[in-house]
Write a protein that binds this ligand. Structure first.
Ligand code: ME8
Length: 639
């Protein structure tokens, strides 16, 4: 019989900056779920990737002086490296710049056009470039982006629109029929009350003011809106609208889209509506997890409070990072990250509970039985308590994972570990040894080894490398599934343990906290978003800005870009060269009032003397000169 399938996705990560530990949260949770499901008998497809188009990427690439492709290639490489360090077992990594994806997105737009779901109009409204989101005036909070609190820009451009408004009723109906579609439940109410009930507006799904995106096949001066491009990854990665769509046939609809809470609305409103328009089945569940906070703030580069997961994984091992994220952040809600909590949790659970159990048990088996795990004698009532705990664990952990609660799953697994540690104190093997009670001592050792085998098997999805090391110490092969958990007593004859190194070394919390603070200072200096340096009012006063009237304007010989101006500046006439020939005809400029940087050092441009600079605004596609709002004489100061 073929296995049941399970398709799980992370969001695709923006390739606009290095990832911090908050980003790792989504991927690590999905990895634990994917690994658990694989071991639990599912045919799993785990997808992750990078979101590489859009205005934000284009702007950052320009700021870095590289092409957008070079920019995203570099970040893609870093992200893949990070997932490798954290042992992320994805089945596919999609990049939205992958050729197959771009072609499939074009086909999706063609389909939407053919079905009458998109039309051309003009978009006028607010745009948050960091979030790549459109907002109406009333949605803004204190004139800022309601999601990230950053500046928004007024945008007006010709765009294609998706008839999102048409899908309001169908969406609400779908939510009602599928009450588990949006989880946790509170997020469903948020979607209905904050977004659908106030009325869904048609969605602008193409942009023309920059070009780093998928070109629309029927109107190539438009590029696909980055969110439509990005959401489509969940089906293009499976071969949708491609020759080989066997993965799509096998895995779609997704069982779980795991996303951070701020992007739930894209996944539960826009994405289902797009799928409805395409006539495709809808995903089974979108889970909006909370944020990893730093203090009270969402961890983010622009706030300069990022914790670098590579630094943590290098110092303590990937499993320490994985364990902390899975165990400590309450699932579904926000949780604060602190270095102290990470270190204290590691010492308590991984060093004390798990590490000690494994090292004590392997040391005793080595000391008392020359390393070979002894066969058990008859079980006492006490032993039977541990047998029952182990045999009941998989059902409990499975129920926790069905509820997507890794913290509960880990707490249940650690019940075995903690119980086994207590069992050592209760049975006092050293006394049994002293008294020569080999039969009882053997049974105690066997029970302990079995408890470790059960725990390590169940821990495999969460801390895979540690589980592997434990099996190595036990002298057993790491299992690929949970079949060995059906029955206590799976360890056969002739198995030899190897104590080896400690699983985890105790961390000196005070010392490490200081080290981590030092490292964070370095990381956050490097990683803050490029910002324009602040200047004092005295610095600004050094720049002399004045109004100037254009007396004449001509093209500079043999140049497509340059215009030479004669400007009236009070009583003076100035010659200034400006690179705006592609945007303005010389005759248009005559008589206009411009703003001049008047105290710029003179320069020769293409052999023509230039005494100042005309102020212009640019957006990457066009350049416009700056002019006073009302008539004013030339030579007047601009402040
Ligand atoms: O949103 N705590 O990408 P992204 C918890 N490209 N999770 C966090 C977090 C934090 N401090 N910071 C980020 C995008 N995340 C889009 C997705 S999908 C079609 C397109 C999570 O790189 C965030 O919530 O900004 C999201 O789930 C993931 O990291 C990627 O965020």
């Amino acid at each position: 019989m073929s296995k049941p399938t399970y398709y799980i996705t992370t969001p695709i990560y923006y390739s606009s900056g290095k990832l911090h530990i908050g980003h790792c949260y989504t991927t690590v949770i999905c990895d634990a779920i994917a690994r658990f499901k694989r071991m639990d008998g599912y045919d799993v497809f785990y997808l992750t990737g990078t979101d590489e188009h859009g205005q934000k990427v284009q702007q950052k690439a320009e700021a870095a002086g590289v092409t957008p492709k070079q920019f995203v290639d570099n970040l893609h490489e870093q992200i893949v490296k990070l997932w490798k360090v954290l042992n992320i077992s994805y089945d596919k990594f999609i990049r939205t710049t992958d050729d197959y994806h771009e072609k499939a997105v074009q086909k999706i737009y063609e389909k939407l056009l053919a079905s009458g779901d998109i039309y051309k109009s003009t978009y006028e409204g607010w745009y948050c470039t960091p979030c790549e989101s459109f907002w109406t005036e009333s949605q803004l909070v204190e004139s800022k982006c309601p999601d990230c609190g950053r500046e928004v820009r007024l945008q007006k451009e010709e765009s294609y629109f998706f008839k999102l408004s048409k899908y309001s009723d169908r969406l609400i109906e779908f939510y009602k029929e599928n009450p588990d579609f949006i989880s946790p439940k509170s997020r469903m109410n948020e979607m209905i009350n904050n977004f659908i009930k106030p009325g869904l507006k048609d969605l602008c799904i193409s942009r023309t003011t920059f070009d780093w995106g998928v070109k629309l096949p029927f109107d190539p001066k438009h590029v696909a809106y980055v969110w439509v491009d990005a959401l489509a990854n969940y089906i293009t990665a499976l071969g949708y609208l491609q020759n080989d769509h066997s993965l799509y046939d096998k895995f779609w609809p997704a069982d779980l889209h795991m996303v951070g809470k701020e992007i739930v609305r894209f996944h539960t409103i826009i994405w289902p509506a797009l799928l409805m328009a395409l006539g495709l089945p809808l995903p089974k569940k979108v889970y909006g997890h909370g944020w990893v906070l730093f203090g009270n703030d969402k961890m983010s580069k622009s706030k300069g409070n990022v914790v670098d997961p590579i630094v943590l994984a290098d110092r303590y091992g990937a499993d320490v990072v994985r364990y902390y994220l899975l165990r400590e952040i309450p699932f579904g809600s926000d949780g604060s990250y602190t270095n102290e909590a990470l270190l204290v949790r590691t010492n308590a659970d991984l060093v004390n509970d798990l590490g000690n159990l494994v090292s004590r048990t392997t040391a005793m088996i080595t000391q008392y039985f020359g390393g070979e795990i002894p066969a058990p004698d008859a079980y006492t009532e006490l032993d039977k308590e541990l047998v029952a705990l182990c045999e009941g664990a998989l059902d409990k952990v499975r129920a926790d994972m069905d509820a997507l609660s890794a913290p509960d799953a880990l707490a249940d697994i650690f019940k075995i570990i903690q119980r086994a540690n207590k069992y050592i104190d209760e049975t006092m093997p050293w006394t049994l040894n002293k008294n020569g009670d080999k039969a009882r001592l053997g049974t105690v050792m066997y029970v302990l080894a079995e408890c470790i085998r059960f725990s390590a098997t169940l821990l495999s999805p969460f801390v895979p490398h540690t589980a592997e090391r434990i099996f190595d110490k036990l002298g057993l092969d790491k299992p690929n599934d949970f079949s060995g958990l059906a029955r206590f007593g799976g360890i056969g004859k002739g198995v030899t343990v190897h104590k080896g190194d400690n699983l985890f070394n105790r961390i000196d919390v005070d010392k490490e906290l200081k080290e981590l603070d030092k490292l964070a200072e370095q990381t956050n200096v490097e990683e803050t978003e490029p910002q324009t340096p602040q200047i004092s009012i005295e610095d600004f006063a050094k720049v002399k800005l004045v109004t100037a009237k254009v007396l004449s304007c001509e093209k500079v010989a043999k140049s497509d870009k340059l215009l030479v101006f004669k400007l009236q500046v009070g009583d003076e006439v100035r010659q200034v060269v400006s690179g705006i020939a592609q945007y303005y005809a010389p005759e248009y400029m005559v008589g206009k009032t411009v703003v001049l940087v008047a105290n710029l050092k003179p320069a020769k441009i293409r052999g023509v003397e230039s005494n100042g600079m005309i102020l212009c605004a640019a957006d990457g596609k066009k350049v416009v000169f700056v002019t006073p709002e009302a008539e004013i004489d030339s030579g007047k100061e601009v402040r």
